[in-house]
Design a protein around this ligand. Structure first.
Ligand code: HEM
Length: 446
């Protein structure tokens, strides 16, 4: 098979660089090979990364007979999410799950979360002491976790919710280190590390999490008032498939776990980067404040959502340091040509979100934070794709953007913050996504 060009280093070295220094490795490969290259990032399939917008459109919109995206390719998520999650499901089952979950994260249902987004943001920032430094990512993670708990369970302030919040944070922190990913990729390394592997407590933590989620499901099943509730768990419990069957407890657990994890870590990181860039660039902060202040007191959440400069700031944040570096993979089912290369069936193709967002021909000075570029030009769905695209496009896209804008608007207009960290902060791997490579410290002035 004649694959697109690849670094000449042995496969194991490629995999280690991908695990430990993914962004700089992608920068090097994109500048050496351009639109398309092969990289040894999985042991099971030949793997290709692309960043050419036309080719991205082809892979993300292709018929499933040519390029499929079965859940089995996302097996790396199975230990946490199980086999019945949106991310690990395939075909009809996948589309059905999307149809079930979609309404809860869009339209009127989504806009109904505005009050809770403001309320949670106010509560969390009111706990910060004036003059004391804090890590902005920890704060945004607390905010986004409480918000998604509310959307999923309709409750974020019960003892069970607090216990779940704590154990979820611990489990995600324990699996976020590249060392844990390396231990998973090379089991022998995991054995040598033993209890030094940050994820060595994983099984115990997972059992704790499952116990809490199953207890909540059981309680609702025995208390039929859940039918009156509008949270995602109640919605999923009421849903029936074509044969009139309800979701099993395992299906419910896997879906909840998916939404709880995918639905807060990503947005927390995006928000932390946004705050960092806003407070690092005085002119951005000034423009944003003037746009927000022009709305007067208590503006409608939809008006905030549509603000052009706030939208540009969020887009530029998701462009420069996309939280998801790649789309989920597509598998070539019928040999095809892409960017001048013949890809045989069985090849995996990933859309490289990071490389696309750093193309010089689309984004002049790609490492510069410049929201104005989104006001000067309209980017297509294959030039700017922080949420991926096609059949597996992020189901939380609208929810995440709504949440980001409302939380930022609230922070900017209700407290005065100062950026304490003056040294350069860069992105690094955090589990399967990216995050700041060091804590970004801020201080509340008033
Ligand atoms: C800034 C925040 C977020 C970013 C950058 C992000 C990014 C992504 C990306 C890149 C994908 C893969 C898409 C593809 O392969 O085409 C994805 C999938 C997914 N995201 Fe998000 N996401 C965010 C927030 C959320 C939220 C808030 C939720 C849920 C409430 C969520 C739930 C999911 C799920 C369930 C999938 C899998 C969809 C499927 O397989 O059909 N995400 N996300």
């Amino acid at each position: 098979m004649h694959l697109p060009p690849s670094p000449r280093t042995p496969g194991t070295i490629q995999l280690l660089r991908w695990i430990f220094t993914p962004m700089s490795y992608m920068d090097e490969c994109a500048s050496a090979y351009g639109d398309i290259y092969s990289l040894n990032i999985r042991p099971d399939y030949p793997t290709v990364l692309i960043s050419n917008p036309d080719a991205l459109q082809t892979i993300l919109t292709s018929d499933t007979k040519e390029l499929s995206s079965p859940g089995e390719l996302n097996q790396i998520f199975t230990p946490i999410l199980g086999t019945q999650s949106l991310i690990t499901a395939s075909g009809k089952q996948h589309s059905r799950k999307r149809q079930l979950v979609m309404p809860a994260l869009h339209g009127e249902r989504m806009r109904a979360y505005a009050d809770i987004i403001y309320q949670v943001t106010d509560e969390v920032i009111s706990t910060l002491e004036i003059g004391a430094r804090f890590s902005i990512r920890s704060v945004t993670q607390t905010i986004t976790l409480k918000i998604i708990m509310q959307a999923v369970f309709g409750l974020y302030d019960s003892p069970r919710a607090r216990e779940l919040e704590q154990v979820l944070k611990t489990i995600l922190d324990s699996t976020s280190s590249p060392v844990s990913l390396a231990a998973a990729a090379f089991p022998i390394f995991g054995k040598i590390l033993g209890s030094l592997d940050p994820a060595h407590d994983f099984d115990t933590l997972l059992q704790q999490t499952n116990k809490i989620i199953y207890e909540e499901i059981q309680e609702r099943r025995s208390n039929l008032d859940f039918e009156k509730r509008v949270d995602i768990l109640s919605l999923l419990m009421l849903a029936r498939d074509e044969d009139g069957q309800a979701m099993t407890d395992v299906e419910l657990r896997d879906e909840l776990m998916t939404l709880l994890t995918a639905g807060h870590e990503t947005t927390a990181t995006a928000l932390a980067w946004a705050v960092y860039f806003i407070y690092k660039n005085e002119n951005v902060k000034t423009k944003l404040l003037s746009e927000l202040n022009s709305l007067g007191n208590n503006p409608d959440s939809n008006t905030v959502f549509k603000l052009p400069y706030l939208t540009a700031v969020c887009n530029e944040t998701l462009r420069i340091y996309p939280v998801g570096l790649l789309t989920f993979p597509r598998r070539v089912e019928k040999a095809m040509s892409l960017c001048g290369y013949n890809l045989e069936s069985g090849t995996l193709v990933y859309g490289s979100i990071y490389d696309t967002h750093h193309r010089q021909d689309l984004y002049a000075n790609p490492n510069q934070f410049k929201p104005e570029r989104f006001l000067e030009r309209q980017y297509s769905a294959y030039e700017f794709l922080p949420f991926g695209g096609g059949a597996r496009r992020c189901i939380g896209l609208a929810f995440a953007q709504f949440e980001m804008k409302l939380v930022l608007a609230r922070i900017l207009t209700s407290v005065q913050l100062e950026l304490v960290t003056k040294t350069k902060v860069s992105p690094k791997r955090r589990g399967l996504v990216s995050a700041p490579n060091r804590p970004i410290y801020m201080k509340k002035l008033s």
